[in-house]
Each structure stands twice: as C-alpha cells, then as structure tokens.
Design a protein around this ligand. Structure first.
Ligand code: AMP
Ligand code: MG
Length: 328
C-alpha cells in the first residue's frame, strides 16, 4: 500500500495527514491558532507551528498506525500563504524527506482545496466556489488551467467576516459566531458589490462596522452581512455556470461550513438543474489530507521530486498551475 504524508502550514493551521494512494485518509491531525483579540502576526503563527510540529508528527503516525518506513511520498503546501508559516512546513517536509530518503512534492494550497473537494463530492467537472480566510474565487477547469472566473477585488470572505467580528468583539475566527448570531437577526441594507464577475467586501464591512457603532444590533449586522455576501457569491456562481455550461457546483474553504451559504447555493443550483456538493466540514477548511491527496495526484501524473529546490511561493495563484492530473 502506497502512502503520502501531507503537511499544511500556509496560515493559521498546522496540519499533517497520512493518505493512501487510493484516497483513504488514515489520519488527519491539525491545530489552529485562535485569538481573542487582534489579528494574526505571521512570525507568531510560525512559532506556533514550530512548537507543535514534532508532537503532531507523533500523533499522526500513532493515529494512522503506520511508521515512517511505510511512507512512499511526502507533500507540502508551497503557497500561497504567509512566508514564515510556509517555511516551517517546507523545512519540516524537506528534513523528513532527506532523512528518510523519500520523494518530496510541493503543491499549491488552493488547488489542493479544489481536488480534495472533487474527491469527497464525487464531482467530475464542476464550478468551484472557493471561500476561505484569504481566498474567494469562482474557478473552473478550462484549457488546462483552473481558470478564475471571478474573485474578490479586496479581501477574502473569511477575513472580511473575521474583520467585522473583531470590531464586534466576537473573537477569531468569527465566521461560526456570525452564523450563530445571524439566526436572531433581521435585514438592514448593506452595499451589494458585484463588479462584472468579481466581488468586493471591504466597503460592506466598513458600513456594517459604522452601523454597529451607531447602535445597530450585532445580530442584525451578522444576518445582513451573510445575506448580502452570500447573495453576491451566488450571483457570480450562477453566471459562471451559464458561461461554462458546467452542471456541478462544489463549495469549499472554511466559509463553506456555513449552513446558510450552503442553503442559498443549493436553491440556485436546484433552479438550474445543477448538482450541488458541499464538502464534508473536516475537509473543507485547511488540513493536511488535501495536501497529501494533491501530492498523490501530481506524483502519479509527473513522478516529480522537488527535494533539491523545495521552493515556497507565497503569491502563487490558482491559475498559475498547469493541470497535469486531469483530462478535459
Ligand atoms: P480556511 O482559511 O479555509 O481555513 O477558512 C477559515 C475561515 O473560515 C475563517 O475566516 C473563518 O471565520 C471562516 N469560517 C469558519 N466557519 C465558518 C462559518 N460557519 N461561517 C462563516 N465563516 C466561517
Ligand atoms: Mg485554505
């Protein structure tokens, strides 16, 4: 049995997983930085990753019931992400690969979100709605590239929600708390901002923060933020479906855990006879299994070994990657 050890460290989460080459996740451990106030400071997050990496490695092996000698391939997240955090994962992966004479593959974190989404959804050629902390992209495969049909022009949706949460004293990550508070809120108009196929969130967050300071209920702001942001995403996704003629939607990234977003996407998909696949929550946010799975796909397609260079690419985009593991 061939096994891949995958390491994720692009941002707040440090994760390690062991996955079989046919996609069985033997163990998927992770630990994320959480904050009660302020934002992430890259060097501090990197220190968190350094402090826990050995313990996590021990944990993943004991949970999977295998040993280093059983591992065929090691994969790490090479970007995009915070450079100090990426370096921790890369250095650890490279050290393990060299010490134990294993091939090493660096993969794109965003692409890994998409392909683990397909694996668990069973989708073949979807429009991907990728909504994480930093990223908000509507993506689909076209001419050998995961083409970005629409994206945020400023901050990612998760970060936008977290930014509002910080102002409202909800702590980090704020997404789940906003979802909870929204259940008791009612609608107050906020700037709806779709520009062509792109979206922007920062004006809306500024407005919501101003209203909050003027005494508007936090529940109403949570509800209105969700309704407005999610409607924008649904609009662009529907247009991407119409343009591409694709008939599946896969929702991934940390924000995909939001039940209201899933519900709104589902309504649109049903109206168009399109299949909608939310990805199981444990695989929709950042974790090591997606890195391992993407490593396996690229290894099978390319037999590439990155151990010598082992680069990190903090700004690598989804559409920089040539898709070698899938036929169109
Ligand atoms: P990721 O970068 O993919 O790990 O996603 C992290 C982001 O997902 C953070 O910004 C969270 O606030 C957000 N998030 C997590 N759960 C929810 C939720 N239930 N609703 C909205 N956003 C969420
Ligand atoms: Mg992510």
């Amino acid at each position: 049995m061939n096994l891949c050890l995958g390491i994720e460290s692009t941002a707040h989460t440090f994760g390690i997983a062991i996955v079989t080459f046919d996609g069985k996740v033997l163990a998927n451990v992770k630990d994320a930085v959480s904050l009660t106030s302020g934002g992430m400071i890259p060097s501090e997050v990197a220190q968190h990753h350094v402090a826990i990496k050995e313990k996590m490695l021990g944990e993943v092996f004991s949970k999977a019931g295998v040993r280093m000698k059983d591992i065929t391939l090691i994969a790490y997240s090479r970007g995009p992400g915070l450079a100090p955090c990426l370096r921790v994962g890369r250095d650890f992966a490279k050290q393990l690969a060299q010490e134990h004479h294993k091939p090493l593959i660096g993969v794109n974190h965003c692409i890994a979100h998409l392909t683990i989404g397909d694996f668990f959804a069973g989708s073949t050629d979807p429009v991907y709605v990728y909504v994480s902390g930093v990223n908000t992209q509507i993506v689909a495969l076209a001419a050998g590239v995961m083409r970005v049909f629409g994206e945020t022009l400023d901050i990612g949706l998760g970060n936008a929600l977290d930014k509002f949460g910080r102002e409202a004293g909800l702590g980090f990550p704020a997404g789940p708390k906003i979802e909870e508070r929204a259940k008791k809120g009612s609608y107050v108009e906020l700037p709806y901002s779709v520009k062509g196929m792109d979206v922007s969130f920062s004006g809306m967050i500024t407005k919501a923060t101003q209203l909050l300071k003027k005494g508007e209920l936090v529940e109403n702001m949570c509800y209105s933020l969700q309704e407005t942001c999610f409607a924008m995403l649904v609009e662009v996704t529907e247009r991407a479906l119409a343009h591409t003629g694709k008939q599946e939607v896969v929702l991934i990234g940390g924000v995909a855990a939001n039940q209201r977003l899933c519900e709104m996407m589902k309504i649109m998909c049903e109206a168009r006879n399109t299949k909608f696949y939310p990805v199981p929550i444990q695989y929709s946010g950042d974790q090591g299994a997606m890195i391992a799975w993407q490593g396996i796909l690229e290894w099978n397609a390319e037999q590439r070994n990155d151990v010598e260079l082992a680069e990190i690419y903090p700004y690598e985009r989804t559409d920089d990657i040539h898709v070698t593991w899938r036929k169109e």
